[in-house]
Design a protein around this ligand. Structure first.
Ligand code: GLP
Length: 252
């Protein structure tokens, strides 16, 4: 894993957007793996700013999102469909039929999961997967103790995750109990992974990721086995790391 130390959220977001743009400019037909949550909002903002300068086109790009809540329709303001539309898709020229997000209101969720896997395979896999991390080390919605061999599946959300995400809803009782998420093995098949970690509240997760063992109790730990992972973290997120790990760029 490569750790790129960033001063703050803004710098992290700009650097991550630059990495995505380099790929889109060099391989026009690429597949981007996208994430939701507060962490990537700055990246999407930077991509929209770049798009408005008129130098980038996403017409040949496909995107696959990591996850979606079960039971929320596309137009529900808390659905990840809605998040992606308002933060990115409505502002750029990525064709709608190339924006793939699991359907959380599919009649048969198991079939939906299998179809999602098939779609990713047909696209030739994900070229660059953007990831955030949960306080408990979850990636996508793969909660602690999800098998590392998991593919896209329906998951029961951990209480900790529902509480953390309740800030987007008017009440915790409205946070869905389940989600569809790409599996850990699905994520690990991405050619490149860009993990963003920002803020004091994520410092423990970053420290655990770097210093802890590879174990299913901390899903993100499997990323240590991936040959091409870049972590971009800001100073607050790195506040619990040993001094020597906090170089401007560090190979772990
Ligand atoms: C959600 C998402 C994850 C995301 C995590 C952290 O649970 N499913 O993909 O990484 O939250 O979110 P945030 O960036 O808001 O801290």
């Amino acid at each position: 894993m490569k750790l790129i130390a960033c001063k703050d959220y803004k710098e992290m977001s700009k650097k991550a957007a630059k990495e995505i743009l380099e790929l889109v400019h060099s391989e026009k037909r690429c597949t981007l793996g996208l994430a939701t949550g507060s962490t990537p909002e700055g990246v999407y903002k930077a991509l929209v700013e770049d798009f408005n300068k008129g130098e980038t086109s996403y017409k040949q790009v496909s995107s696959v999102n990591l996850d979606e809540y079960v039971g929320l329709t596309k137009d529900n303001p808390n659905s990840y469909h809605h998040y992606m539309k308002s933060n990115l898709f409505q502002h750029i020229d990525l064709p709608e039929n190339q924006q793939l997000i699991p359907n959380g209101v599919a009649n048969d969720l198991e079939v939906e999961c299998r179809e999602y896997e098939k779609t990713i395979a047909e696209l030739g896999g994900v070229d660059l997967q953007l990831l955030g991390i949960g306080h408990n080390g979850h990636i996508g919605f793969n909660e602690p103790r999800t098998p590392f061999s998991s593919r896209t599946h329906v998951v029961d959300l951990a209480e900790k995750t529902r509480k953390a995400n309740a800030r987007f809803f008017s009440d915790i009782t409205e946070v869905p109990a389940q989600a569809i998420t790409m599996g850990i093995e699905t994520i690990m098949e991405s050619k490149k992974i860009l993990l963003l970690i920002s803020g004091k509240s994520k410092a423990e997760a970053l420290s655990k990721l770097i210093n802890g063992p590879i174990d299913e109790s901390f899903p993100a730990s499997i990323l240590k086995n991936h040959p091409n992972v870049t972590i971009m973290a800001d100073e607050e997120a790195m506040s619990l790391l040993e001094e020597e790990a906090v170089g401007r760029q560090h190979i772990l």
